[in-house]
Design a protein around this ligand. Structure first.
Ligand code: MG
Length: 291
């Protein structure tokens, strides 16, 4: 199933997305719950949502991030080999310009306040950065939480998947020597366009991650190319941190980001960034004008 969070007529609600991308209002099944609360109660609500019929199709919904306020939003740096190379060469991986494959997953967090909708503008924050970059990523949504999750059990803890653009202020990333601020400015986590349940996705290693800027292809790689795969990421994060339902893990970005070019190709006002993953739809965000 594909589930979305939408606003319509001043109300925010959860909907089921059909194969024709039309959104049906699930309020009669889930009440006023958010999608995060629906995932909390998935054992009861999942079958009811799947069985629901005679739902009202919403005319002209505005799609929001499927989970607007995740409890935790993890992300993973340097998780595709070609991107490790381009990032090291770029000099932005201050201070060591390393092109070595990381020995363990490079996990960081994006603040949940950075989340924005699948078609919303990206705020370019011109007072803080002049080096705005994009990173298309497959994102994992946790269902059953837990700590000490073994990699062999890890996929049982995955509720579903979505897409995140891990927008980054490269100058802040280089200056800060760690990544929280540079990747957490408001609107730096476009998410969606909806969440797709794990049973519908099947084997995530079969998915392809792509991005385009103003229609020009920039990134394209199979999820099978991840250095640390999804079970390894869940195992590594949960070793000492309790994962909770609705937590999100952005799994890393392939080569082809702006700093992979010489000279770098940063985003500018009016640029349109599209990030897509097979079967999950696509994000389409315009870099807004400085305000
Ligand atoms: Mg990233």
């Amino acid at each position: 199933m594909k589930l979305a969070t939408f606003t319509h007529a001043g109300r925010t609600a959860v909907g089921r997305v059909g194969d024709d991308a039309r959104v049906s209002d699930l309020s009669q099944v889930v009440g006023d719950r958010t999608l995060l609360q629906v995932i909390d109660d998935w054992e009861d609500l999942g079958p009811a949502i799947a069985a629901a019929d005679a739902l009202t199709v919403v005319t002209g919904p505005r799609l929001c991030a499927p989970i607007q306020e995740p409890r935790s939003l993890y992300a993973v740096g340097k998780n595709y080999r070609d991107h490790v190379q381009e990032f090291g060469r770029s000099g932005y991986d201050h201070p060591n310009r390393s092109t070595d494959i990381p020995p363990v997953p490079v996990v960081f967090s994006k603040m949940p306040t950075s989340v924005t909708g699948p078609y919303d503008d990206i705020d370019p924050h011109p007072d803080l950065t002049s080096e705005l970059d994009y990173e298309a990523e497959l994102a994992v949504i946790i269902g059953h939480g837990g700590r000490g999750i073994h990699r062999k059990q890890a996929l049982k803890h995955v509720w579903g998947y979505t897409i995140i653009n891990d927008v980054t202020a490269r100058d802040l990333q280089r200056q800060g020597q760690q990544w929280t601020i540079s990747k957490s400015l408001d609107t730096f986590a476009p998410m969606g366009p909806w969440a797709v349940t794990a049973d519908e996705v099947g084997d995530p290693t079969q998915l392809m991650v792509t991005s385009h800027v103003n229609g020009e292809p920039r990134q394209k790689a199979p999820v099978a190319d991840l250095i640390f795969d999804i079970p390894q990421l869940i195992s590594a994060i949960s070793a000492g941190i309790t994962l909770q339902a609705g937590d999100i893990i952005a799994t890393g970005t392939p080569a082809g980001v702006g700093i992979g070019f010489t000279p770098p190709r940063f985003l500018a006002a009016g640029d349109v960034v599209e990030c897509a993953v097979t079967g999950l739809g696509s994000l389409r965000n315009t870099v807004g004008n400085p305000t």
